[in-house]
Every structure is written in C-alpha cells, then in structure tokens.
Design a protein around this ligand. Structure first.
Ligand SMILES: O=C(O)C1=C[C@@H](OP(=O)(O)O)[C@@H](O)[C@H](O)C1
Ligand SMILES: C=C(OP(=O)(O)O)C(=O)O
Length: 445
C-alpha cells in the first residue's frame, strides 16, 4: 500500500494509497529529547553511562558524532542495543580537529553551545544543514553572552556556522523571552562550570528533562516557582555516570494517536510512552476532541512517568483550541494536530504558536501549503492556524519540504484521503523516527 517509486528514489518519493485500518500494538522509538541529554550529560560525567532505549535516529546520532569528535568514546547506536559512554568529566572535552556537524538538529546545536562556551581556551566551530543554518541562535547566544561567553557567526552571531572560544563564565539571573527547553538547557549546561550560581526564569515552563536528568547525575540544581519556572544551578558538583532508560517518544506516538482516532475502524495500543507532564499537551487536546483514548499501566521508569496508550477510532470529533499556555507541551505535535483538525466537526483555533516558524521548516506555512493541496479548509495567521473541518481530504502530490514531522503528518492524512497521494522527500522521517514507514506498513497489515 506504501511504496517507494523506484525511479524517484533520490527524492524518496513515496506513494501512499488510501484506505485500510490500523490495528495492533507498537512501541515507538526512544524519546529524542531524553536521548540527546543522556548522550551529552553522560559525556561530561565521570565514569561509564549506560543507556537503554536510546533513539537510533539521525538527530541523536549527530549529537553522538560531535561528542566523539571531542574525544568521548560512545559505542555504536543501533536499535535494541544498549549504548555505553565513557565520560570524560566536566572539563575533559578536547578541542576538535574538525567542524562539529549538527546536521538537522536544533537541540544538538543549542545544547552544545551551552556546553562548550565554558571550555576555557578551546576553539569549536558548529555547522548544520541548510535548514539548521537558517534557524535563530541568538536566543541562546544572548543569555550565554551575559555569562561571559564568546560566540561569533553570520548575522551578528544569530546564524550558523558559529565559532566558540571557551571563556571563564560567571553565573547570572536570566529571564528567557520564549519558553524553550533548548535555551533553558543551554544555560543550565553553561552554569555547571560558571563562577557563582545561575537562575533561569521561564515565561511558561518548557519540557524539564534536563532538570530531572542533571539532578540524577549529581548536579546541584533546584526547581522552584509556579510550575517549575525557576531553575537554579550551583557549580562545583561532580557529575557521575548513570544508568538511563529512555521511554518511547510521545512526539512520535502522536502520529499513531491521531491515526488511530481518524482512520475508520482503527484500534491501536502504543506501549511504553513517556508521559512527563511537560510533554502531554496532546492528551489534553485529545480530551477536547472527545477522542477515545485510555492510559494504561502508568509507572515510573528511571525518574520519568511512562504508560501505554490505547486509542480507538471516533468519527464524531469536536474541534479544539490551543493557546500559548499549551503550546510548549505539544510544540512538535501541531503538524499532526492540524491534520486531526480537518476531521473535527467545526472550527479549530491554534494561537500562540509562532515558534513553529523557526523549526526545521516554517511549519505553519508548510502545513497550510500541503493541506491546501489536499482540499483542507485552513487559514494561516502570524501565530497560528484556523482550521475548519471538511467532509474529506483528497490525495495529491505532496512534499515534506525536508521536515520530518511534516512527512509523517502527511502520511497519516494520505491514508484517510480520497485518492492516492505521493509524498516527496518522505525520508525526512528518519530524523526522529527511522522505522516510521515500516511501522505504518506493518500496522496496515
Ligand atoms: O529541548 C528539546 O529537546 C526540544 C525542545 C523543543 O524546542 P524549543 O526548545 O525550541 O522549544 C522541541 O521543539 C524540540 O523538538 C526538542
Ligand atoms: C524541532 C525539532 O527538533 P530540533 O529543534 O532539535 O531540530 C523537532 O524534532 O520537531
């Protein structure tokens, strides 16, 4: 039902025929945010870190390769294989002899900036692919500069390639203008070797995996304030190697949660999904939609809440509202939620989501462009989308425009559309979910 069109393999043009139902159980790959952090923190800890369930996708592999280029020994990253890291300690990263290639990964570049600015006297150059080199880095550079960092690059230091000269840093109190876990985590990493304490104050709380994991590694870190918006770090503690279990990524599970809801006669159970409350905004939205979902077997795995999610098709979905207070907890799920909105009975409004414009693509623009090709009734606004439910979507020639979340969202939309679709650059999915197309094929039986 889904095939790569042979002559077009370079474009990874994939044909998706509509119809069929999705039935069965699946495990999604490891959480991308937790995987990056496990690699980074394990590298600067003392002793060995063992990671089970690390996401074997392009983005975390970029992080691992950058760390290897600075002398860290990391075993090969393959699915179902435990990864081991021989940590080099807080100040043990070597000056690399090559440019550090962050590929398509914003998390890699922004967290590395925080990690490297305090490595005194060493010089580092960070580069990314075409998409990453267009994404704003000033949001990290500016607060790090307040701590004494030296980062230079195009457009007054906003755009990669970026060069860093490691400096003595000092602690600071920093209010971040956007709720961004990447910005927060970069500051926390720099704070580990700064002189004096650092406090980050977020406008709304973003995902808190860094706080949880840094504490587990032994950092002196305190979370306070309403919904954990104030995070303080005191330098001087040693980080010690840990054993980490990475739960399944709710941002990858999102494609199956929506597929199971909108594809007639579907019934799916997604096992072992991370349910950290800073990430579960999609479940709140699915409640608004009156989707049939059930959380089963909720447990705690290595400091993160985890559970299984069962979803059954529902053809009477209510429209939903997403505003700025909800966006950080579902920021990567908005592309697939915009597909879901096309199948709701009424008008969905998404506001406060201008952050989507600075992701791998401008996701508000790209989802609007692609869904319009499918006959959706969708309007783009500076900070969001208005989507009116339609009777059906229609198959067409589509394009991920190189964005992994767009590729997977269009795949699900194509299954419920009338008529066959072709999706250009479908291989973008490998950035966060290398087995996506195989899982889709298997679930369709
Ligand atoms: O810290 C992280 O692991 C991430 C934070 C989010 O970005 P922002 O920090 O830009 O919101 C998210 O979109 C990204 O996929 C992963
Ligand atoms: C925005 C994303 O990742 P990053 O910022 O790490 O490129 C994403 O995975 O959707």
């Amino acid at each position: 039902m889904i095939k790569l069109i042979p002559k077009q393999q370079k474009l990874s043009l994939r044909e998706v025929k509509p119809g069929g139902k999705l039935i069965g159980k699946l495990k999604v790959p490891g959480d991308k945010s937790i995987s990056h952090r496990a690699l980074l923190f394990g590298s600067i800890a003392e002793g060995e870190t063992i990671i089970k369930g690390l996401l074997p996708a392009e983005d975390p592999i970029s992080t691992a390769n950058c760390l290897r280029a600075m002398g860290v020994k990391i075993s090969s990253i393959e699915s179902d294989k435990v990864v081991s890291i021989q940590g080099v300690g807080l100040d043990g990263l070597k000056e690399p002899s090559e440019v550090l290639n962050c590929g398509n990964s914003g998390t890699t570049m922004r967290l590395l900036l925080g990690l490297l600015v305090g490595r005194k006297g060493r010089h580092f150059v960070l580069n990314g692919d075409k998409s990453l080199n267009k994404r704003p880095m000033q949001r990290v550079r500016q607060p790090l500069k307040l701590m004494g960092a030296e980062i230079n690059g195009r457009s007054d230091g906003d755009l990669a390639p970026l060069s860093i000269v490691g400096r003595n840093l000092h602690g600071a109190v920093i209010g971040t203008p956007v709720a961004s876990a990447q910005v927060k985590s970069a500051i926390l990493l720099a704070a580990l070797t700064a002189e004096g304490s650092t406090k980050v104050i977020e406008p709304t709380s973003s995902r808190d995996h860094s706080e949880r994991m840094l504490k587990a590694f032994g950092a002196n870190l305190e979370v306070s304030g309403e919904r954990g918006r104030h995070i303080s770090v005191w330098p001087g503690s040693k980080l010690l190697g840990q054993s980490i279990v990475v739960p399944g990524d709710i941002s990858s599970a999102a494609f199956w949660l929506i597929a199971g809801t909108i594809i007639p006669n579907s019934e799916l159970t997604i096992e072992n999904v991370g349910l950290n409350p800073t990430r579960t905004g999609i479940l709140k939205v699915m409640e608004q939609m009156e989707a049939n979902i059930e959380l089963i077997n909720i447990r705690d795995v290595a400091g993160e809440p985890v559970g299984d999610i069962k979803v059954i098709h529902n053809d009477q979905l209510k429209p939903f509202k997403i505003d700025s207070s909800l966006v950080p907890s579902l920021v990567d799920e908005i592309p697939i939620l915009s597909v879901a909105a096309c199948f709701c009975d009424g008008t969905t409004k998404i506001t406060g989501a201008s952050e989507l414009r600075v992701k791998e693509t401008d996701r508000l623009k790209v989802m609007t462009r692609q869904l319009l090709r499918m006959g959706a009734n969708i309007e783009e606004h500076p900070d969001g989308l208005t989507i009116h439910g339609v009777d059906h979507l229609k198959g067409n020639h589509l394009d991920s425009e190189t964005d992994h979340r767009v590729a997977m969202s269009l795949a699900i939309a194509s299954i419920v559309a009338k008529g066959t679709s072709t999706i250009e650059r479908s291989n973008a999915a490998a950035v966060s979910y290398p087995e996506f197309w195989n899982d889709l094929e298997r679930l369709r039986g």
